[in-house]
Design a protein around this ligand. Sequence first.
Ligand code: FES
Ligand code: FES
Length: 160
Amino acid sequence: MTESNDIPIRLTLNKSLKSVFCKPTETLLSLLRDGFGLTGSKRGCNQGLCGACTVLIDGKPMRSCLTIAATCNGRDVVTVEGLLENGKLSTMQQALVDSGGVQCGFCTPGVAIALTSLLREDPKPDRTKIREALSGHLCRCSGYIKIVDAAEAAAEKAGS
Ligand code: FES
Ligand code: FES
């Protein structure tokens, strides 16, 4: 139900223009998950530490749990669901699956967003740069090596 202090915003979400009212203190993560039903972005720590909620805002990876939804008025937001290409996993997403970098999968949405952003900025990153891009992403399962392998494989595939 809309209340008098709710804030109207318009944003581009996964390439679709959306108009929505949000609470003044509502986070983008809550809006995505609870408002739009986009549950790919995970609520891990909810305080900016784990990276599981990471989305692209105007092309940059950002913590959606630390972003007030109303500040996204007029901005372009892409979630892990928005990385799909023609309904299929993107090259980066598929590489994560193929490499074994997806175990429980809880960190995967944030990791996929971070690595997609990295490869857009630097199509051939070395392993140090890949590790740097992953530095804000906690993974309890994979040991990271397979995730780094996935980024290398995706870069190779995109460049071939
Ligand atoms: S849920 Fe946002 S950084 Fe952990
Ligand atoms: S695959 Fe389980 S936390 Fe990363």
